[in-house]
Ligand binder design. Structure first.
Ligand code: NAD
Length: 259
């Protein structure tokens, strides 16, 4: 299927690796030009080179922290016309809520709620004026089924989800859609890091715990960033103008509910 978005411009946040990279690569595969950001310049430049080499699209790399006003300004300034916005940043750390201070909460809200809202605010009116826009927020399966130790994530991402639910119904008449893509367990550095920490705490090896976790997923495997990116690209396609305000769960069947 031709997704009908070749030649458009996308800003993909947190895109040097993992799920953000998967989204950037899939969009580039459809001929979408990119501005990508991440905090580490060397990893980001390597990702940009790889995408350019594999797809031939234009890729502008902006090394920055997207949770800062400066990072957002630099990323937006690098994009000649923003048609597609993929919101993404690192997730908050796990822990016990008794140990979290106001500062922990503000950091989580900044990264996983307020930064996406700021970027939507900066871009949505231009999309409306041009009568095309696709916004995808990478959130988490924890929005549908909370993960106890990830309380900061559960809370901050639910705030974003609630805000988006309202706005997405205001923009769709202008062919601007806003949806959330909810990863279950994907084999990225973040998952490997949290699995290693949990394995250590439980006195298991990494591979023992990873195997146990894979067994609990009906697909019996972790997801791959490529399949996550392909779903993201479809949500950004010309075909999805009637699809907005939805929470799309990609988790190998792990969520046990019917609805
Ligand atoms: P990752 O650590 O593999 O990659 C994160 C990417 O974002 C990197 O490119 C990193 O440089 C960049 N990044 C992080 N913070 C940034 C910032 N402040 N500014 C700019 N770039 C930043 O992580 P991932 O697994 O791809 O996860 C992406 C998001 O999805 C995270 O919020 C994570 O919590 C969430 N998530 C992941 C999973 C999973 O299984 N991997 C599950 C649920 C939710």
């Amino acid at each position: 299927m031709d997704l009908g978005i070749a030649g458009r411009w996308a800003l993909v946040c947190g895109a040097s690796k993992g799920l953000g990279y998967g989204c950037a690569r899939a969009l580039a595969g459809e001929g979408v030009n990119l501005v990508i950001n991440a905090r580490t310049a060397s990893a980001l430049e390597a990702a940009a080179d790889r995408i350019r080499g594999e797809t031939g699209v234009q890729v502008v790399a902006v090394a920055c922290d997207i949770t800062t006003p400066q990072g957002r300004d630099e990323s937006l300034a690098a994009c000649p016309q923003l048609d597609i916005l993929i919101n993404n940043a690192g997730g908050p750390p796990p822990g016990d809520f008794r140990n979290w201070t106001r500062e922990h909460w503000i950091a989580a809200l900044d990264a996983n709620m307020l930064t996406p809202i700021e970027l939507i605010k900066a871009t949505v009116d231009g999309m409306i004026a041009r009568r095309f826009g696709r916004i995808v927020n990478i959130t988490s399966s924890s929005v549908k089924a909370p993960i106890e130790v990830l309380g900061l994530s559960n809370g901050a991402r639910s705030g974003l989800t609630g805000f988006v639910a309202g706005l997405a119904r205001k923009t769709v008449e202008h062919n601007v859609t806003i949806n959330n893509l909810l990863p279950g367990q994907f084999d990225t550095d973040r998952l490997r890091g949290t699995t290693a920490a949990a394995a250590k705490a439980q006195g298991k090896t990494f591979e023992e715990l990873a195997a146990q976790r894979r067994q609990l997923i009906p697909a019996r495997r972790f997801g791959h960033e490529t399949e996550f990116g392909q779903m993201c690209a479809y949500l950004c396609s010309a075909q999805t103008s009637y699809f907005t305000g939805q929470n799309v769960l990609l988790d190998g069947g792990a969520y046990p509910g019917t609805y």
